[in-house]
Design a protein around this ligand. Structure first.
Ligand SMILES: Nc1ncnc2c1ncn2[C@@H]1O[C@H](COP(=O)(O)OP(=O)(O)OP(=O)(O)O)[C@@H](O)[C@H]1O
Length: 585
């Protein structure tokens, strides 16, 4: 990982890996092409000299034209080659940086990722990294070529006439502080522009994700308004940058192009005194006053570099998000304990306080409580999506912090309330990168009560899942998630039961799937429907930021008011739907 305050260019070269050799080669070609800029000028000077002296011959003409032609062609070839090499290096680098970011984000605790909006992460992965392409493939070779040309011309002018050459350089010396001020202003203001771009991306992602809601509640104009605001916000940020930098740009250009005002009077006097020849005077009037304008694109480049550097900082920020590294093997015992846990998402309001829980190996515990009581938070702490602020989460007597993170996750199957399906085949959606055959996947799907449904799809297990799983109902998606967990066969199961009520038939299938999934495992089920209590050994009640009570169904029924009330309302709802029956029936 790249920690500390490394220079952006150094960081970029580290990220580029072997791609940096393409970048170096491209810079070398750009440098050589910059050197060749001098060819045509030398040729033209020779021609002028001979024309003015009246000594032009056919041979002189050829001797002047050949270097002009050869250097011009060679320069073009080198520039082209530089472009090809820089693009190869740039795309290699972009690929590597994106992979590094994705790999790193996969290891970062979910809490840190959740603190950033999807739009912010998208901006880094997309726009900020694209700016690196512009910088690596175009701006760096251009910078080398733009700088080399004027340096070589200056060196050549020095060989012709030292005082005039030095005078020709004056505008540049005056322009350096102006250029630095432009760069500084851009660097200071870019974070604001980046923020508004991230804001725009967030609004865009929200808009696309919430399309159903927008349509259902006819929020089109309101969402459009948000979109408009986000775009205007970006425009305002860029307008502010332009206002601050445009006057400086104008000064930069004025100074750089003022060479003629110095060279013509001075060179004219020297010529009239006979100190320099006519061709030297013309050479300086033409080239000496113009060659610095080759540096004009630098003002554009300074803006691009500031943007690229700001992108590099954003990438670096993500790569520096802490990851859980190292740690011990998974313990032999698979019991789960929460000891005096306190946790807050915002470091202000405690979601859990002095929370204690003990789930023995192979035991199944249902967690119930009002919406927002903290049930999912308990599950998140066990799977180390977050770490408690106080207290400990132990598995097999070992603090989860001391267990290797990947190993911890490999031993826990998580089934979330909302199932996320990737845009792959159903087969890949169940396999989720595991090395399983079709028969093993089907066996898991059969246990999850979803095999028949999958086989009825047009392409069976090869059927492609639409975006966000749009082809499947909530219940079907949940059974696919259960099939995944069955296939994973981890010893600990954390199941955040879906809140939305499926139809009775679907519900029975889901319950059967959950029973199959939880066989022989240490299980924590966040029970939104009390029917799952029937398959659990104990029930834990989350109230007042803690687990207020834990016991069997009968124990809680006799002593816990919250549980009794919940059970009674569940029973009365059941009697309306099915007629009366026992728990979980
Ligand atoms: N990522 C988060 N950032 C900030 N606050 C959060 C976050 N996730 C949950 N909360 C807050 O923490 C509290 C507990 O949430 P949690 O999801 O654990 O409750 P729950 O009991 O599982 O609720 P439900 O039954 O509705 O799913 C709630 O007040 C919720 O608003």
């Amino acid at each position: 990982m790249n920690k500390g305050r490394e220079k952006p260019v150094k960081l970029l070269l580290t990220w580029a890996g072997s791609g940096k050799w393409y970048l170096f080669a491209s810079v070398l070609c750009a440098f050589l092409s910059g050197l060749l800029v001098i060819g045509p000028y030398v040729g033209i000077y020779r021609l002028m000299d001979t024309v003015l002296l009246g000594t032009l011959t056919k041979k002189e003409l050829t001797d002047s034209i050949v270097p002009v032609t050869v250097t011009t062609i060679l320069r073009m070839v080198l520039l082209g080659l530089s472009g090809v090499l820089s693009h190869k290096g740039a795309y290699n680098t972009l690929f590597r940086v994106r992979c590094m970011l994705i790999e790193h984000l996969a290891k970062v605790p979910l809490g840190y990722v959740n603190e950033r909006s999807t739009g912010e992460i998208k901006t880094v992965l997309n726009e900020n990294i694209e700016k690196l392409e512009l910088c690596l493939a175009h701006n760096i070779p251009e910078l080398v070529s733009y700088l080399t040309g004027p340096i070589v011309i200056f060196a050549y002018l020095m060989t012709v006439n030292v005082p005039l050459a030095l005078i020709s350089l004056l505008p540049l010396l005056l322009d350096i502080p102006v250029m630095m001020a432009v760069f500084q202003k851009m660097s200071d203001m870019l974070p604001e522009a980046n923020e508004s771009l991230a804001g725009f991306n967030s609004v865009m992602v929200e808009y696309i994700r919430g399309m159903r809601l927008i349509k259902a509640y006819r929020m089109g104009s309101k969402s459009f308004q948000k979109f408009r605001e986000a775009i205007l916000d970006g425009n305002r940020a860029w307008n502010r940058i332009s206002k601050k930098t445009a006057p400086l740009y104008a000064v930069f250009i004025l100074i750089l192009e003022s060479g003629l005002l110095l060279i013509v009077p001075l060179g004219g006097r020297l010529f009239l005194r006979g100190t320099i020849t006519g061709s030297v005077f013309l050479l300086f009037t033409y080239i000496g006053s113009l060659y610095l304008t080759e540096l004009l694109p630098l003002q554009q480049l300074s803006g691009n570099f500031a943007q690229a550097f700001s992108g590099i900082t954003k990438v670096k920020e993500i790569l520096e998000l802490p990851v859980f590294e190292g740690g011990d093997a998974f313990p032999e015992r698979r019991d789960i304990t929460l000891k005096g846990v306190r946790f807050s998402y915002d470091r202000k309001t405690n979601v859990l306080e002095n929370c204690n829980l003990c789930i023995r190996e192979g035991e199944k515990v249902a967690v119930i409580g009002a919406s927002g009581a903290g049930k999912s938070t308990i599950a998140a702490l066990i799977s180390r999506f977050y770490d408690p602020d106080d207290g400990e989460v132990l598995i097999g007597g070992k603090n989860v912090k001391s267990i290797r993170y990947e190993t911890l996750l490999a031993h826990i199957s998580l089934v979330f309330q909302k199932t996320f399906l990737t845009r792959d085949s159903v087969f890949d959606n169940i396999r989720m990168g595991m090395n399983a055959s079709l028969e093993q996947v089907r066996e898991a799907a059969r246990a999850a009560q979803i095999d028949d449904f999958i086989m009825s799809l047009p392409d069976g297990y090869d059927t492609k899942v639409g975006s966000y799983g749009s082809r499947f109902s909530g219940g079907e998606k949940q059974r696919i998630a259960i099939a995944r967990a069955i296939l994973k066969n981890a010893p600990i199961l954390i199941l955040d039961e879906a809140t939305s009520a499926a139809d009775p038939e679907n519900q029975m299938e889901i319950d059967k799937a959950i029973r199959n999934l939880s066989k022989g495992k240490t299980v924590l089920i966040i029970a939104h429907r009390l029917s799952v209590v029937g398959m659990c050994d104990k029930v834990a009640v989350v109230e007042n930021h803690t687990i207020s009570d834990i016991g069997t169904h009968d124990e809680l029924l006799s002593r816990n008011n919250y549980y009794r009330r919940s059970w009674e309302s569940y029973e009365s709802a059941r009697s309306i739907t099915y007629g009366k029956g026992g728990i979980g029936g």
